[in-house]
Design a protein around this ligand. Structure first.
Ligand code: ZN
Ligand code: MN
Length: 254
C-alpha cells in the first residue's frame, strides 16, 4: 500500500518486480491514439486509463504495466472513424500484441491481471487476446479480468451528470464524460474555447466505407460544453472505487 512503494512497472528494478509480480495485481491500461475533437488531444483514451490505473494502485497492492497506446481502428459511431488522423491497428495486430504481453506477465509469475480498457473499439479484441493467452498458458491458477472504465460508473452518477438524457457510452466520444475527466486529470491539454456543442446524427446502421460528413466535423460525437473538472473528480472517484471493489471481489483480496 502506497508509502513510497513504486507502482509503475517501468520504474521497478527486475528483482523487486519478479518478487512482487507473483503476489500483486498487475494492471494493464489499454487505450489508443485517436482524435478527440478540436478541444482535446490524441492521447485522451490512454491518458484516462493510465491515470485510473495509477489511482487504483494507490489503494491495493498492484503494479501498473506500461500503457498500450494503440488500439483498434476508430469507428464513426464511437470514435469518429478513420477519416481523421487517428492511428488504428488491424484487429490481428492488437490481439497478438496484447496476447504476447499477457503471456509474458504470466511467465513472470503474474496470476492476477486486470485490463482497464479506455477505447470503445478495443473490447472484443482484448477478449480474444485474453482467451489466447490463457489457453496457451495451460494453467488453471491465472485469473484475468477486463472492463471498460465506463462500466465502473454507477447509474446514479450517470443520471446526475446527464439530467436531460444520457446519449450512451459509444456516443460519449469527446463529450461530457471524457472532457470532464481530462479537465480533472490533465487540464493543460484541454481548450474549452474550442469545445463545440455538437449533436451527432448517425444512421442506425454502419456504412463502409465511411464518407465525409457522416460525423460532426470536429470529431466529437456528444456535447462537451457542460464539462467541468468537478464532474471529472466525481467520475474518477466513482470509477476508482468500483474498480477496487471489483478487483477485491474477483481475486478475493482481504
Ligand atoms: Zn475517447
Ligand atoms: Mn476511443
Amino acid at each position: 500500500m502506497g508509502s513510497g512503494k513504486k507502482i509503475m512497472m517501468a520504474d521497478i528494478p527486475w528483482p523487486e518486480y519478479q518478487k512482487r509480480v507473483a503476489e500483486e495485481v498487475v494492471l494493464l491500461p489499454v487505450g489508443t491514439t485517436e482524435q478527440h475533437g478540436y478541444h482535446m488531444p490524441l492521447g485522451v483514451d490512454a491518458y484516462q486509463v493510465e491515470f485510473l490505473a495509477q489511482e487504483v494502485a494507490k489503494k491495493i497492492d498492484a503494479i501498473v504495466a506500461p500503457t498500450v497506446w494503440y488500439g483498434y481502428k476508430s469507428q464513426p459511431h464511437s470514435g469518429g472513424g478513420q477519416l481523421f488522423p487517428t492511428t488504428g491497428l488491424n484487429a490481428q495486430t492488437l490481439i497478438l500484441l496484447v496476447r504476447d504481453i499477457l503471456t509474458e506477465f504470466i511467465r513472470h509469475g503474474a496470476r492476477k491481471i486486470v485490463i482497464l480498457d479506455g477505447h470503445y473499439e478495443n473490447a472484443m479484441m482484448l477478449t480474444e487476446a485474453v482467451d489466447l493467452a490463457l489457453r496457451a498458458s495451460g494453467r488453471d491458477d491465472v485469473r484475468i479480468i477486463k472492463s471498460s472504465f465506463v462500466n465502473m460508473i454507477d447509474q446514479e452518477l450517470t443520471e446526475t451528470l446527464w439530467p436531460d438524457g444520457f446519449p450512451g457510452w459509444d456516443l460519449e466520444h469527446a463529450g461530457l464524460l471524457e472532457t470532464s475527466l481530462m479537465l480533472y486529470i490533465k487540464p493543460g491539454v484541454v481548450d474549452m474555447n474550442k469545445a463545440l456543442k455538437v449533436e451527432a446524427n448517425l444512421p442506425r446502421y454502419e456504412v463502409f466505407p465511411q464518407y465525409e460528413g457522416l460525423v460532426p466535423a470536429s470529431g466529437a460525437l456528444a456535447d462537451p460544453t457542460r464539462a467541468t473538472a468537478e464532474y471529472g473528480k466525481m467520475l474518477v472517484e466513482n470509477i476508482v472505487m468500483n474498480y477496487v471493489k471489483s478487483i477485491e471481489e474477483a481475486f478475493q483480496l482481504g
